[in-house]
Design a protein around this ligand. Sequence first.
Ligand code: ZN
Length: 328
Amino acid sequence: MTANPIRPTISLDAQGKAHGFLRLPYSRNDSAWGSVMIPLTVIGNGEGPTALLTGGNHGDEYEGPIALQQLAWEIEPEQVSGRIIIVPYMNYPAFRAGTRVSPLDGVNLNRAFPGRPDGSVSQKIAHYFSETLVPLADVVLDYHSGGKTLDFLPYAAAHYLDDKDQQRKCVEAVKAFGAPYSMMMLEIDAVGMFDTTVEEKGKVFVTTELGGGGTATARSAEIAVRGARNLLRHAGILSGEVETSKSVMLDMPGDDCFHFAERDGLMHPLADLGETVRAGQPIAQIWPADRSGSAPIQIAANRDGILAARHFPGLVQMGDCLTVIAVA
Ligand code: ZN
């Protein structure tokens, strides 16, 4: 078996707080023996569980990177029992490019798990997390938002798992995170996701969708920071009490939650995020992008529920996810 070439520049086991990098050798035209340097902070203090906190799995989602920079800066070892491993920009090349997938290999990191030690840059990053960092962790938080093409109600999420005891622990962690919404999340395609790899290893896993549009807001950033602190307190790693707040439980009970565009055009929203909609109600229509005077195509809600996600850009392409309706 090929060894993964990624090396941390700081110890993952040391006591105290250290900032360094995961160094991934990357030989290329402008740097023959160059590296991709993925920022890393480790805060360790005595006995206790380990949390792995990751942002920037997709490079155009910003609440996670913001929250993890804040935590890496402010948390001191004496506040910690155990260990916190923080990687704010997991897919660093994508983060620097402001893109969902890596500009180096065109790979979507969150479809590349469990990865390959002898693969492309993104595949090596996935493999290092799967085989080195996740096994160290008891609880894993991986931040997501909608990126440039989607926008979400702010929620933390767990998945339905075969192991109901593990599922219960994940749901308790999601509730502790304390986002305005808490989701039992159905994935369009869970193959290759970090989520799936972490859950298969039996860990407590929390993911999020905290906003979107390729930026963060004051509100979404604050939800992200408070949520991570809450999760660390819930896990017994960070001192202090969980700041409880009201969270609306949502569920995505089936594939009919998703609505996809069946033609290109100009999106005309007819319902906004957070609105309650009824089955059959028009929630968006698509006008032709190339002429006036033609009727729009209407998209009707597949089911009753709350609009939890929407396509962000004004133009839609055939096959785009237009909206997600969740059930309270
Ligand atoms: Zn994402």
